[in-house]
Design a binder for this molecule. Structure first.
Ligand SMILES: [Zn+2]
Length: 259
């Protein structure tokens, strides 16, 4: 089901906080449709997997629908699809916002150098403070502030072979889902972003992403979990930039489903 109302990526963390009944400071409102969807499941999901697909904007999501079939099928099943405004065109501040519900100027994580310096807690840390276990499969630098703060940290070194990188992220995401007391997993797939920046074959990157999402989807389904998939910012494509500037700001998709 596609909702016409445009959301903001800032609403993801407040929605997760409300779902898990923990307190999070944010001006952004939880998304009622997502909460109703989650609560209406029998059984109500115990674990949520949040996958950020780097550089997946709404236009890319529709342009590469054939290659991103698994994500589209999540929506066609009985999943939810929203269009979200983002908060920056750079990955680090957006991920900070997805995980805190705060704008970049509020959480202060603007560059890689700021990672770990913010006093603001992510939704994972808030859950851990309440005794709820969480995990993250993320690039080594982004993982640094999470060591010792959350139950399971899977740090994956950046590398030339981005397919290998995503493969590891997927593997860790699936393996940690075997932990029965886990409540939230965050993971970050990067192939589309890398290929967009380097002018690579975007269809190949989309297909690889689709395959990883397919495996994650299966694992989430086996746990009766709730899956969130979203982009972080507009796809950084050279030939699209000029055109984009004439149009309204790029939006990113947010998909929520129980596979
Ligand atoms: Zn990004």
């Amino acid at each position: 089901m596609f909702f016409m109302q445009t959301l903001s990526l800032l609403q993801i963390a407040p929605t997760l906080a409300k779902f898990f009944e923990v307190h999070l400071n944010s001006q952004a409102r939880p998304v009622e449709q997502i909460l109703n969807f989650a609560y209406s499941r029998k059984p109500v999901p115990k674990v949520v997997v949040l996958v950020v697909v780097d550089s997946l904007d709404f236009r890319f999501y529709t342009d590469f629908a054939d290659d991103l079939r698994v994500i589209h099928e999540c929506v066609k099943g009985d999943g939810l699809l929203f269009e979200c405004e983002t908060v920056s065109s750079h990955t680090t501040p957006v991920i900070g916002s997805i995980l805190t519900g705060l704008k970049p100027e509020e959480h202060g994580i603007l560059t890689n150098d700021d990672v770990g310096k913010s006093k603001i807690k992510s939704i994972m840390e808030i859950l851990e403070d309440e005794g709820q276990k969480t995990a993250a499969a993320i690039e080594t630098k982004g993982a640094e502030p999470l060591w010792g703060r959350i139950s399971y940290v899977f740090a994956v070194d950046d590398r030339e072979d981005i397919f290998e990188y995503d493969e590891l992220i997927k593997k860790h995401t699936i393996s940690v889902l075997k932990k029965q007391d886990l409540r939230l997993v965050f993971s970050h797939l990067r192939a589309i972003d890398r290929f967009a920046h380097r002018g690579g074959d975007l269809s190949a990157a989309a297909k690889a992403t689709n395959k990883n999402i397919k495996a994650i989807t299966k694992a989430v389904g086996e746990r009766n979990g709730l899956l969130f998939i979203c982009g972080d910012h507009e796809t950084h494509l050279k030939d699209r930039k000029a055109k984009q500037a004439l149009h309204r700001k790029a939006t990113v998709p947010l998909i929520v489903c129980c596979p």
